[in-house]
Design a protein around this ligand. Structure first.
Ligand SMILES: [Zn+2]
Length: 366
């Protein structure tokens, strides 16, 4: 017997009201979802969802330990499912939550009895998007091709142009090698959890990321690649323009990010490897199908990028000024590109594929 609704408070505003009145021992509850991840693509017609109940006071999570109670969900504003009582581990579960094709917004309520009365909490809206047009498409090897002439000189010019120096020839050579290794490491980490992995040679079925000098006169295009929803062609080439990084970084790095001319060489290796690695992952991402435009594809906009307008209008996490790898170029701040949280003080925040984009990659390249 799980129906407890008769003894629930009438609305969650009641509990929030008490929290605002700051009555001791009364906060408000919020249900969190631990499984599956929220804001992802799924291919099944129903899912099991589980989570915990957390207690907040004055908008602050008071106790990390989880609490016993009840929870239920609804899909797209429809009827609530049956209340589920949390188990011995304080986990609530809604089994077989039915998902329509397309975007489903799930939300719900929690309920908990306390010596001071019953507390209703909210499970904030979250997206599970069901698609039936995606299938596993094998693995995707990727070759990072640094062989073009002039690229090493541009990397050295980034080091000398953004540090007080002077840098010896040996230091500049080490910088080049360390940045290349850092780019490979960034790329592999960005695609972790998928079968998109680095290869040691080009070939049929291998995607190539070609590092070139680019148009340093215009100095506005960092990379280029063919869009390819569902990655139907695995033998494509993306381009990343290291010379354009050079002219942009020399102009903007110190003025728009926490980087300083007095930074260590090792710090600059991190900055530059992150920025170039992010663009390598970004351009390759386009050629794997990110972020294909429109509601039947991946809700991309602005030339197949993460869509800020969609993010603003939905309970999603699809755009963050460049911290997400597929954010649009013109909206990606340089401090985000070099893996910093803000423009003024160093605090690492590596660019990443958000859960939605990663879930797409995991479906097509599991
Ligand atoms: Zn792009």
């Amino acid at each position: 017997m799980k129906a407890h609704s008769s003894s629930r408070p009438a609305s969650r505003k009641w509990a929030v009201g008490l929290a605002l009145a700051a009555i001791p021992l009364f906060g408000f509850d919020r249900g969190c979802v631990t499984q599956p991840q929220t804001d992802i693509l799924v291919t099944s017609s129903s899912v099991n969802v589980q989570g915990y109940i957390h207690r907040f006071d004055d908008n602050t999570l008071q106790w990390q330990e989880n609490m016993a109670g009840w929870a239920h969900l609804r899909v797209n504003g429809g009827g609530f499912m049956v209340w589920d009582q949390t188990d011995a581990n304080n986990v609530w579960q809604q089994s077989g939550v039915p998902l329509s094709l397309g975007v489903n917004v799930l939300d719900g309520e929690t309920w908990r009895a306390t010596p001071n009365g019953n507390i209703v909490g909210s499970i904030d809206g979250f997206i599970l998007e069901r698609k039936n047009d995606l299938a596993a498409n094998g693995s995707q090897p990727v070759f990072l091709d640094w062989s073009a002439s002039g690229v090493d000189a541009e990397l050295k010019a980034i080091a000398t142009g953004t540090l007080n120096g002077p840098l010896t020839a040996a230091q500049q050579t080490a910088f080049v090698n360390d940045v290349k290794a850092g780019v490979a490491s960034f790329f592999a980490n960005a695609y972790a959890g998928t079968s998109i992995t680095l290869a040691s040679a080009p070939g049929i079925g291998v995607h190539t990321v070609k590092f070139l000098v680019g148009d340093t006169t215009k100095c506005n295009l960092l990379g280029k690649s063919p869009g390819d929803y569902k990655n139907t062609n695995k033998t494509q080439t993306s381009q990343v323009f290291v010379g354009v990084f050079r002219c942009m970084l020399v102009k903007k790095l110190v003025s728009t990010t926490p980087a300083e001319l007095t930074d260590t060489l090792a710090m600059r290796v991190q900055d530059v490897a992150t920025a170039i690695g992010r663009t390598a992952a970004h351009e390759a991402g386009h050629s794997f199908g990110l972020v294909s435009i429109g509601p039947t594809r991946l809700h991309g906009c602005e030339d197949s990028h993460n869509c800020e307008a969609y993010d603003d209008a939905n309970p999603s996490d699809r755009f963050d000024v460049g911290h997400h790898i597929m954010d649009p170029g013109n909206k990606s701040q340089f401090y985000a590109r070099i893996g910093q949280a803000n423009p003024t003080t160093r605090a690492t925040k590596k660019p990443y594929f958000e859960r939605y984009g990663k879930s797409y990659l995991k479906i097509i390249h599991p």
